[in-house]
Design a binder for this molecule. Structure first.
Ligand code: 2NL
Length: 366
């Protein structure tokens, strides 16, 4: 009998002394494992007389139950404190500021394209794209640019080797061929025939043989086109007034429409915005000077016809401007060539956060 109480006190002692789950398992095996002390007592039962076995067996069972309960209770305690220890040691403070990392910046040209798209987007325009390499027909002929026009000269345009069928190929000198391609698109023509309208802007790269302080051989333009049955010059004017005021963020910005000439529009107008100069610094807004910003006009009947539409039914306006130029004006960037030098110090100074998309309501150029 003393055997039982010794086993009992030793087992309970080992259980309560176990400081972690692994030690507790060792204690369990020492008692209830194959060679454990209680298992050993069980094995002695077989050799006993029935009366003795009944009495002793009950006691051993009771002891086994008591130790199992103690093991279970200790296991519960140790598991929850192990969890508590893990929770304490693996705790992270989600309120800590993030570690500073080098952040990329958006180039002012991409930023200005996004700003222009946000403004025209609110007016129902969508963004259209097209190839940088164009055939002579889409770049010139469709746009009513005559064979003797200076833009067609070898010294003004990058000509590439002709296609296998002899088609002359150029680096597009403006984004207008994209508008021509869009008007020629059968699904667009169907939409127009059904009484719908076409409103697109075309931002993109353009190329001309020119390289000095104010011209680079590759530059950026955004052109716009509206075609339907009723759009007139009043719409052109209202649209461009709203655009310039939103883009330059001057609510009462004055605009001046000057008669001009482009082969692809008739009539044509150049658009100036009000400005003033003080101590050699430009201020955009009502003033005593004017700054040329864009070219525009009603799409020439020949262009509408060349693009597969009937000029007796369809009309509309178009405009074009230099993105590099309006970016320089808005953000006070003094040197055109710096746009294309890929100098990271310059980009850190003039670049924009990638996380803030331009929007008319949120402020365009933060
Ligand atoms: C400028 C002037 C302009 C257009 C571009 C255009 C396109 C088609 C038909 C008619 Cl498909 N016009 N584009 C019209 C007027 C002016 O650009 O000074 N750009 C920098």
């Amino acid at each position: 009998m003393s055997d039982l109480s010794t086993i009992r006190s030793e087992a309970l002692e080992a259980v309560s002394a176990a400081a972690d789950l692994a030690t507790l398992e060792v204690a369990r095996v020492a008692v209830l494992g194959k060679k454990g002390s209680v298992t050993g007592l069980m094995k002695t039962l077989g050799a006993m007389a029935p009366e003795q076995r009944k009495e002793f067996g009950a006691k051993v069972n009771e002891l086994k139950g008591e130790i199992e309960a103690a093991l279970e209770a200790r296991k519960g305690t140790l598991s929850s404190s192990a969890l508590a220890a893990r929770l304490a040691s693996e705790k992270i403070d989600v309120s800590l500021p993030v570690r500073p990392e080098g952040q990329g910046m958006l180039h002012p040209i991409g930023q200005v394209m996004d700003e222009v798209a946000a403004i025209f987007g609110e007016m129902g325009f969508t963004w259209a794209d097209g190839p940088d390499i164009e055939d002579d027909w889409h770049n010139f002929t469709a746009l009513n640019i005559p064979p003797d026009h200076p833009a067609r000269q070898m010294q003004d345009t990058f000509y590439l080797p002709p296609r296998a069928d002899g088609t002359p190929v150029v680096l597009r000198t403006h984004t207008s061929p994209v508008q021509a391609r869009t008007m020629l698109d059968k699904s667009v023509q169907k939409r127009l025939a059904d009484g719908g309208s076409l409103r697109i802007i075309v931002p993109g790269r353009t190329f001309r043989i020119d390289n000095d302080a104010t011209h680079t051989p590759m530059f950026h333009q955004v052109e716009g086109l509206v075609i339907d049955r009723t759009t007139h010059m009043g719409h052109l004017k209202g649209c461009l007034v709203d655009f310039c005021r939103a883009f330059f963020e001057v609510d009462d910005l004055p605009l001046r429409f000057r008669p001009s000439y482009f082969p692809f529009t008739e009539p044509s107008a150049e658009v100036d915005i009000g400005c003033s100069w003080k101590d050699g610094e430009l201020r955009i807004g009502a003033g005593d000077s004017w700054l040329e910003i864009l070219g525009s006009g009603m799409v020439h009947a020949n262009v509408i016809r060349n693009c597969g539409l009937d000029p007796a039914i369809y009309q509309g306006f178009a405009f074009g401007m230099g993105i590099d130029r309006i970016a320089m004006l808005k953000y006070g960037i003094p040197d055109l060539r710096s746009f294309f030098e890929s100098d990271l110090r310059w980009l850190r100074h003039y670049g924009f956060s990638a996380l803030e998309m331009p929007s008319l309501t949120g402020g365009l150029g933060r």
